[in-house]
Design a protein around this ligand. Structure first.
Ligand SMILES: *Cc1c(COP(=O)(O)O)cnc(C)c1O
Length: 443
């Protein structure tokens, strides 16, 4: 936790709790470390999914990252933070005509496509927009490395196209209006050592080689994804990827068209990260509202729970939430009446559901109402991955600090607004068939 406890206490007094505090310098440092851990000249995308907080996106863009977006909202955030549209990568397995048309109108030209239908739909929208779009084809590799846990590929997946499908039906992977210029593989996630990361990258490069044997593209971009891990909601440092750049350089020599730096006409190699770039920058400050015993269990009840953190654990996109907050206490005077309660406590949030737990076994010795708790390493998959609209509590303030103090303080709003019905058929009409001129792809 790079923001000093005294600063967190002061900010909590000024902005109230729950409160997210982001250290922008920490995000810059993470970007520099990642850039130094992959071969020189590699492109790094910041996945806004991890955290779209505008000041954070802004510093990562300034540091040299490009934006990887998968919704209209993320795209607008990236553009407002200064991302040139031509440098954005637009991804996602169910892009609609409406969002493709919007992205093209805003100037996005590079998309990751997940299937022939997706490719054809992009081609149709590009022709309608009078634009020349490029696409990289997301691949689902045919195998996992041994010992892999959660992953988005290698097993049946809604993401990408199976390499076997590409090899069986290569003619399906072209469309008017869009040029396929490379490949995209994103499989492992939250991996914290270089050996395992290399296992995944080898698998990704194999998938690219096998697809390329069938498609024979003019490869401009190979996006190998990422999976760069980071501690979540507990103390700990960013993993160091020692030796990764050198090992990757060896692996990349096996890419189609490689031998080859981009300068000599070889493909640009890209990596993506949300968690590693943003994770360490964020701290969540909570205030203890109550402490009580039920049966033989001590409950510490804070003013923020799964409405502000960890709501996505059910989706297994974040590690199970076992927040290890640090007490932000000024020196505790002796004999202040605190029970010296050494046992573990259940750390609960304020929601009216028994599921609102941040840790079933938190070490919160002597916690008392009014205490502040700081949950470190929640710069990625924090607020926007939480159940922020559940139970109608205000979203917490989010504050960006930098050398020189508070850079920005913002609050996300969720609110009901009236909607106008569109003339029928404008929104949500089934477009897959129209786009491809075919029934859904059967294998
Ligand atoms: C979620 C996602 C990322 C970011 O993953 P992290 O674990 O946050 O680095 C990158 N690329 C794609 C396609 C994703 O879906």
């Amino acid at each position: 936790m790079s923001v000093p406890a005294g600063t967190l206490r002061k900010l909590a007094a000024e902005y109230g709790t729950p409160l997210y505090v982001y250290d922008l310098d920490e995000a810059r440092a993470a970007h520099a470390e990642l850039a130094g851990s992959v071969p020189a000249g590699s492109r790094i995308y910041y996945s806004l999914k991890a955290n779209p907080f505008p000041p954070l996106v802004g510093v990562l863009l300034d540091a040299g990252a490009r934006a990887e977006v998968c919704s209209r909202g993320e795209l607008e955030t990236a553009l407002a933070a200064g991302a040139p549209a031509r440098r954005c990568l637009y991804t996602g397995p169910a892009k609609t005509e409406t969002e493709l048309a919007h992205a093209l109108a805003r100037g996005v030209r590079v998309f990751s496509v997940d299937s022939p239908t997706d490719l054809a739909r992009l081609g149709l929208c590009a022709r309608q927009a009078g634009a020349r779009a490029k696409a990289i084809l997301r691949l689902n590799p045919s195998a996992y490395p041994r010992g892999a846990g959660l992953a988005m590929g290698g097993a049946p997946s809604q993401f990408g196209a199976d390499v076997a499908w590409v090899r069986d039906r290569p003619e399906r992977f072209r469309a008017d209006g869009v040029e396929l210029v490379g490949y995209h593989v994103y499989v492992g996630t939250n991996i914290d050592d270089a050996d395992r990361l290399m296992d995944w990258f080898e698998l990704a490069v194999d998938a690219v080689r096998h697809a390329q044997e069938a498609l024979r593209l003019n490869v401009e971009i190979v996006d190998l994804g990422g999976g760069f891990g980071h501690p979540y909601a507990r103390p700990g440092d960013r993993p160091a990827w020692s030796g990764l750049a050198r090992r990757l350089a060896g692996l990349l020599a096996r890419l189609p068209g490689a031998a080859a730096s981009p300068a000599r006409g070889g493909p640009v190699v890209a990596f993506e990260s949300g968690r590693y770039l943003a994770g360490g920058s964020g701290t969540l400050v909570l205030r203890v509202q109550d402490v009580k015993h039920s049966k033989d269990t001590r409950f510490v009840i804070a003013d923020g729970g799964v409405n502000v953190l960890g709501g996505m654990q059910g989706l297994r996109r974040v590690p199970p939430i076992m927040a290890e907050p640090l007490p932000l206490r000024a020196a505790v005077p002796a004999g202040d009446g605190r029970q010296d309660d050494d046992g573990d406590a259940v750390l609960a949030g304020p929601l009216c559901t028994a599921l609102d737990l941040l840790n079933q076994r938190a070490r919160l010795r002597g916690a008392a109402p009014g205490d502040l708790l700081a949950v470190p390493n929640v710069g990625a998959y924090g607020l926007t991955a939480a159940l922020v609209a559940f139970l109608g509590r205000d979203a917490p303030a989010e504050v960006a600090v930098d050398t020189g103090g508070v850079r920005a303080a913002l609050r996300l709003e969720t609110a009901y607004r009236p909607v106008q019905a569109a003339p029928s058929g404008v929104n949500g009409s089934p477009t897959g068939d129209r786009a491809t001129g075919e029934r859904a792809e059967t294998r």
